[in-house]
Design a binder for this molecule. Structure first.
Ligand SMILES: C[S@@+](CC[C@H](N)C(=O)[O-])C[C@H]1O[C@@H](n2cnc3c(N)ncnc32)[C@H](O)[C@@H]1O
Length: 274
């Protein structure tokens, strides 16, 4: 295929006429891990539609007069359906407001950001995407578990622990190499079952597995286990969502690399640079 001129770069988010929706990634939790662009968009927002995973500290960065609407979804509790969320974003944008649609991590990583943009495209409303640090990268950095390492893994897969409604098994399990790193989002409740399926597809029972909960926040907790032991270890650990699983021999590096990791204080508000 030849080169094509990409007209998407002709839209300047600061000059484009209203309405404009900014689909913004809020990062994994620590407000210091917001991008500069995300902070700029928050500071000039008229309305922020946010998910449960977005912390109060990040919401506080929007102006006092900004309307804050929680449209978060949890497995057991849906504030609004996805269709209602889409319609609300369109309605707010049509009022000429500067709309920030704020999602935990990155808006294109297991976050339905693509679906929301499709709705905006259908409505003819301009948008921009501000990427965020996804939970896997935040968790890796704050636990000393590099997702790739020349001695351990040359490949990393990001997958969801949610199975399709009519499916009893996880499609991705059979495609994974045992010599790669696997990160499972939304896999805490299914961790024992995922471990069993991985072992059934040739992954050794002693393959290391880490469960990282509330990564990059003061509540961060890490459980290091193996495929064979994770069920029992999780029962005694009592970890809560949000949490992800990291599977593979890179997890063994945690013991060496984590002791000297300095966890950044969540101190954006006191940072004179910003
Ligand atoms: C609906 S997905 C959203 C992912 C998000 N868009 C991202 O890029 O990180 C929610 C899942 O992300 C993971 N997650 C989000 N924040 C996390 C955190 N601070 N620590 C660990 N896992 C996290 C958990 O697996 C959680 O169930």
């Amino acid at each position: 295929m030849g080169e094509s001129a990409d007209s998407s770069f002709s839209l300047d988010a600061t000059q484009v006429g209203q309405p404009l929706v900014s689909l913004v990634g809020a990062g994994p939790g620590d407000p210091d891990l917001l991008t500069v662009r995300a902070l700029k968009r928050l500071r000039r927002a008229d309305v922020v539609l946010y998910d449960f995973l977005v912390s109060d500290a990040i919401l506080a960065l929007a102006p006092a007069a900004c309307e804050r609407i929680c449209v978060g979804k949890r497995a057991s509790k849906h504030t609004l359906s996805q269709m209602q969320i889409n319609q609300l974003i369109v309605a707010k944008a049509r009022q000429g407001l500067r709309v920030v649609r704020l999602k935990g991590g990155d808006p294109f990583m297991f976050a339905r950001g693509g679906e929301e943009l499709q709705e905006l495209a259908r409505a003819g409303i301009a948008y921009e995407v501000v990427p965020g640090i996804t939970a896997a990268l935040g968790a890796a950095a704050s636990t000393g578990i590099p997702l790739t390492h020349r001695d351990h893994a040359q490949m990393v897969s990001f997958v969801t622990g949610h199975r399709k409604q009519d499916s009893t098994s996880l499609d991705w399990v059979r495609h994974l190499s045992p010599h790669s790193t696997l990160v499972v989002y939304m896999g805490l409740g299914e961790a024992p079952r995922i471990a069993r399926e991985l072992m059934a597809h040739g992954h050794a029972a002693d393959t290391p597995l880490a469960v990282v909960a509330s990564a990059t926040t003061p509540e961060q907790r890490v459980l290091v286990s193996t495929l064979a032991s994770v069920q029992g270890d999780l029962q005694s650990a009592g970890l809560a969502s949000p949490a992800l699983l990291i599977v593979g021999s890179v997890v063994n590096l945690h013991a060496d690399l984590s002791p000297l990791i300095v966890q950044a204080a969540c101190g954006l508000a006191n940072d004179s640079v910003l």
